[in-house]
Design a protein. Structure first.
Length: 44
């Protein structure tokens, strides 16, 4: 089981491939102090 984040924990660094092409690096590419990240499994 992966480690859950607690209040005040930093989001772990990761690079994600976008469906439209390109990548986004988390949390480096986030421009605000507060963000919502939604992971959607598009294929079952």
């Amino acid at each position: 089981m992966p480690h859950k984040l607690d209040a005040g924990d930093r989001f772990p660094a990761m690079a994600l491939t976008l469906t439209g092409g390109g990548t986004v690096s988390l949390p480096d590419d986030l421009s605000s102090d507060y963000n919502v990240i939604l992971f959607y499994r598009g294929h079952w």
